[in-house]
Design a protein around this ligand. Structure first.
Ligand SMILES: Nc1nc2c(ncn2[C@@H]2O[C@H](COP(=O)(O)OP(=O)(O)OP(=O)(O)O)[C@@H](O)[C@H]2O)c(=O)[nH]1
Ligand SMILES: [Mg+2]
Length: 319
């Protein structure tokens, strides 16, 4: 573990890949590794990038990487892949259009399956972010598709979220009503070369205007891009820089990071406690007996469980 941590801190790409595999497979050594790296974390900016399939998220990231590399920044991308039950490993998925950087040492691209993680994909992604942060990546982007539960959890791991929309999908406004607007910090109308881009921008601005009618300072930027033509990327990065500056200065970023830590600690705790009880008290076996008692109406479900918890708490007052 120590040797691997040392190599990660030096930015060794193979060590990073290995660590992420440990995380994906939930290997027990992962915990020591993460704790060893943790003091070195906190320097990276974490961006979530989400939006409908094919909106141009990867193409945008590809162009952003190019600019960030010119600024001497190291960039990592984690693409959370909803379709595949297997990890893409270090191989670039078809979804990723960042091949132009495949041989660049300052760029690390990895896809992660959204299913099949013991602690959930959010925890796996969180740990992968820590590894990349400790390894010296300045920018870590997490790409997800759509706005399902996983995506919302995953974008919740980031300092800022780019919501990429495109004209012509027909259901944009409907999607916005369903609460999608809340998850974006910066809106990107990509494929501005297409009909309807201006209209979509106006619609988004209209919805944002209503949403923040009494707090105009909270109105979010809407930027138009044509990623595949390398247009609007500078404007987008300018909007991002301004946003990062704003949330760093007003304490929002620090609060957000602390809030994230809180939900992480809570999640690890809950998971550990339930694993401990499962193992120490042979929970699955007892569960069958409990089910039986409730089934036969000997107990109501609440009284049975409250009784068991009271018994348990009497034995242990460690919290
Ligand atoms: N016309 C036009 N096409 C674009 C633009 N940006 C990206 N595309 C094309 O849109 C397609 C999808 O782009 P991707 O970058 O793979 O989109 P994505 O959002 O990452 O897709 P998923 O990861 O599959 O959700 C590609 O064929 C791109 O070349 C644009 O600004 N204008
Ligand atoms: Mg993509």
């Amino acid at each position: 573990v120590n040797d691997l941590a040392e190599r990660i801190l030096k930015g060794d790409v193979r060590a990073i890949a290995r660590a992420i595999s440990w995380i994906e497979n939930n290997r027990p050594e992962k915990e020591k590794l993460i704790d060893a790296l943790y003091p070195h974390c906190g320097n990276a900016q974490v961006w979530g990038i989400t939006g409908p399939p094919g909106a141009g998220k990867s193409t945008l990231l590809d162009k952003i990487i190019e600019i960030e590399r010119h600024r001497q920044k190291k960039v990592a991308v984690i693409a959370v892949d909803p379709s595949s039950p297997f990890s893409g490993g270090a191989i670039l998925g078809d979804r990723l259009r960042m091949q132009s950087h495949a041989t660049d040492e300052g760029v690390f691209i990895r896809s992660m399956a959204s299913r099949g993680h013991l602690g959930g994909v959010a925890q796996a992604t969180r740990d992968a972010i820590k590894v990349l942060d400790a390894a010296g990546f300045d920018l870590i982007a997490v790409e997800t598709i759509g706005v399902g539960q996983t995506e919302i959890e995953v974008v919740g791991l980031s300092d800022l979220v780019l919501l990429v929309l495109v004209p012509g999908l027909g259901d944009e406004i409907q999607a916005m009503k369903a609460g999608v607007m809340e998850i974006g910090d910066i809106f990107v109308v990509n494929k501005k070369d297409r009909d309807g881009a201006m209209k979509l921008k106006a619609e988004i601005e209209y919805v944002l205007g209503i949403q923040f009618a009494d707090q105009p300072e909270k109105i979010k930027p809407v930027v138009m891009t044509a990623a595949s033509m390398n247009e609007g990327i500078d404007e987008l990065l300018t909007a991002i820089d301004a946003y990062v500056l704003k949330i760093s200065n007003n304490g929002f970023l620090q609060n957000k990071r602390k809030g994230r830590l809180k939900s992480e600690i809570r999640q690890i705790f809950t998971q550990k406690v339930s694993a401990y009880i499962n193992q120490k008290y042979d929970f699955e076996n007892r569960l069958d007996k409990w089910v039986d008692a409730v089934y036969r109406k000997k107990n109501g479900p609440y009284s049975l469980i409250n009784g068991k918890i009271n018994l348990f708490l009497r034995e242990s007052n460690w919290l």
